[in-house]
Design a protein around this ligand. Structure first.
Ligand SMILES: Cc1cc2nc3c(=O)[nH]c(=O)nc-3n(C[C@H](O)[C@H](O)[C@H](O)COP(=O)(O)OP(=O)(O)OC[C@H]3O[C@@H](n4cnc5c(N)ncnc54)[C@H](O)[C@@H]3O)c2cc1C
Ligand SMILES: NC(=O)c1ccc[n+]([C@@H]2O[C@H](COP(=O)([O-])OP(=O)(O)OC[C@H]3O[C@@H](n4cnc5c(N)ncnc54)[C@H](O)[C@@H]3O)[C@@H](O)[C@H]2O)c1
Length: 468
């Protein structure tokens, strides 16, 4: 055996990636008695803490701050000259990211659980059971591997694409752009629209999908889209294709596309952000050496999160099934159990709430109305406007709705969807009820503190039973 072929360490389970999925998988594998290592190319916390949820949430809070300050006059508060100092905003975002990273203490938690944390660069398969770590050059052997490598931003393959930024590069902008185009109206793009719009940029939003936030319930996406338009955002959905980007006079970028009728369109902006998808981060992972196959952007897995190689599992964004932190946790836990004990556990996704911090917020859990009607056209739906909710009136936040979807007997909650102030928290309370198996009748009897946004849940439950 040559030096190059030697494995330094041997583990029962090696987890690749220490984001939400990898950390959960490694801790669970170690708890089950497996000799476990986790390999991380950058720092623990993954996309969520370092470039995704946490910085996005701080930007969303900054946007809300601006909104509240701009509304202050109505409450008798004089505020002159509201301006944003971008470098200080960026510094605050970075400081909070570090604070959350430190508060989570993932490295210590992993080590306390008996996991070897190997911060030695990117891992890649050399053969089905051996991984090489790029920075140290070390090779480690694994009986089982759990791939928790997450995803990466997708740049559209169009001329001039290199002129665009991807979402994780937004904090590197020198200033708030006067004009910005955002391509992609998914969770990431929609949240960036709210941020730039609040910060004073003129925003154009493009998507090939017929509406923004396509996976969300239609009524909810409609509320957010209406609010974007009211804020002056130029929303262009249902476009055929983006045709290219090119430099124009000064530092401008000309973005061209074909609209739904095939007509050429263009806009000149200072910054273009491509938020056009999030394929699994498989580049350079050497999947071929392990016999792990992909399906387009996803690492292919079966119901036990097992890849096409029996000893390799994939959880979190890497398998592209749900791409949420809460999904990453559930899947990683199951994948680690399956790696150590044999494939027996599945990772159900049916009660995964999700949402985003646009203005207003949006969120949902369970089936959308369209999905529920596909299964049974007789499902019952109640939609309650925030304008009937006293807390929303008190706060001047009447924009929004909560929609509950129940089975035709008006007993079982199938889904809940909200757009409006605190929508994510409102949907969380419905999720808790659904997880506890509460039926619609029970929800009508729950007392809600006055005045709360959550009270809209009781209203909607009563509306489902025709008792408003
Ligand atoms: C802008 C944005 C905002 C978001 N906001 C939310 C939100 O509010 N709520 C929510 O639920 N979800 C949100 N998400 C999604 C969420 O971040 C992901 O679903 C979650 O981080 C997935 O966790 P993961 O562990 O699968 O992957 P990741 O968090 O991406 O972690 C993967 C880790 O693997 C490492 N890695 C990759 N390849 C290798 C390799 N070869 N060797 C070693 N290490 C490797 C990476 O460095 C990374 O640390 C957001 C995403 C984005 C982009
Ligand atoms: N708050 C949250 O929970 C949150 C926030 C951000 C991201 N995420 C997750 O991260 C993942 C990635 O999110 P994302 O928004 O970056 O990607 P996405 O895949 O959810 O959305 C990409 C959008 O780009 C559009 N698009 C694709 N190609 C296009 C083209 N050629 N021209 C115009 N539009 C095009 C798509 O129609 C889609 O609407 C998602 O799974 C998302 O759920 C979650």
């Amino acid at each position: 055996m040559s030096d190059d072929d030697r494995s330094d360490e041997s583990y029962d389970v090696v987890v690749v990636g220490a984001g939400p999925a990898g950390t959960t998988a490694a801790v669970r594998a170690a708890e089950l008695g497996a000799r476990t290592a986790v390999v991380e190319a950058r720092r623990t916390g993954g996309t969520c803490v370092n470039t995704g949820c946490v910085p996005t949430r701080v930007l969303a809070k900054t946007a809300r701050f601006l909104r509240e300050i701009r509304d202050a006059d109505a409450y008798g508060i004089d505020v002159d000259d509201v301006t944003i100092s971008w470098p200080r905003t960026v510094a605050k975002v970075r400081a909070v990211v570090d604070q959350v990273h430190d508060a989570k203490g993932d490295q210590e938690r992993l080590r306390r659980s008996g996991v070897d944390v190997l911060l030695e660069g990117r891992a890649s398969f050399v053969d089905p059971h051996t991984l090489k770590l790029a920075d140290s050059g070390r090779r480690i052997r694994a009986d089982h591997v759990v791939l928790c490598v997450g995803g990466r931003s997708r740049r559209l393959p169009v001329p001039g694409a290199e002129l665009a930024r991807v979402p994780e590069e937004v904090l590197d902008l020198p200033d708030v752009p006067g004009r910005v185009a955002i391509i992609g109206a998914g969770n990431t793009g929609a949240q960036l629209v709210t941020v730039f719009s609040a910060f004073g940029s003129r925003v154009t939003l493009l998507d090939t999908a017929p509406r923004i936030l396509a996976p969300m319930d239609e009524a909810i996406a409609e509320v957010v889209a209406t609010s974007f338009v009211a804020d002056g955002v130029d929303v262009r959905t249902g476009i055929t294709t983006v045709t290219g980007l090119e430099r124009v006079a000064g530092d401008g970028i000309r973005l061209t596309w074909e609209d739904g009728d095939g007509q050429a369109q263009r806009v000149d902006v200072d910054v273009v952000v491509m938020a056009t998808g999030w394929p699994a981060a498989t580049d350079g992972l050497g999947l071929e050496a392990a016999g792990v196959e992909t399906d387009g952007p996803a690492i292919r897995v079966d119901e036990y999160l097992r890849t096409t190689a029996d000893h390799v599992y994939a959880a979190g964004d890497a398998n592209q099934q749900a791409m949420l932190v809460q999904a990453a946790h559930v899947e990683a836990d199951a994948a680690a159990c399956n790696a150590v004990l044999g494939p027996a556990r599945r990772a159900p996704h049916h009660l995964l709430p999700s949402g985003g911090f646009t203005d207003p917020d949006y969120a949902g859990v369970g089936l959308t109305e369209a999905q529920a009607r596909e299964r049974d056209p007789e499902v019952v739906v109640a939609t309650v406007p925030y304008s009937s909710l006293e807390r929303a009136i008190i706060d001047g936040r009447e924009e929004g709705v909560l929609k509950l979807v129940a089975d035709r007997r008006r007993e079982v909650l199938l889904g809940a969807h909200a757009a409006g102030e605190a929508a994510v928290e409102v949907i969380q309370s419905v999720t808790t009820a659904m997880a506890a198996g509460a039926d619609v009748e029970t929800l009508t009897r729950v007392e809600f503190a006055y005045p709360t946004y959550s009270a809209v849940v009781g209203e909607a439950a009563r509306a489902l039973l025709g008792r408003r």
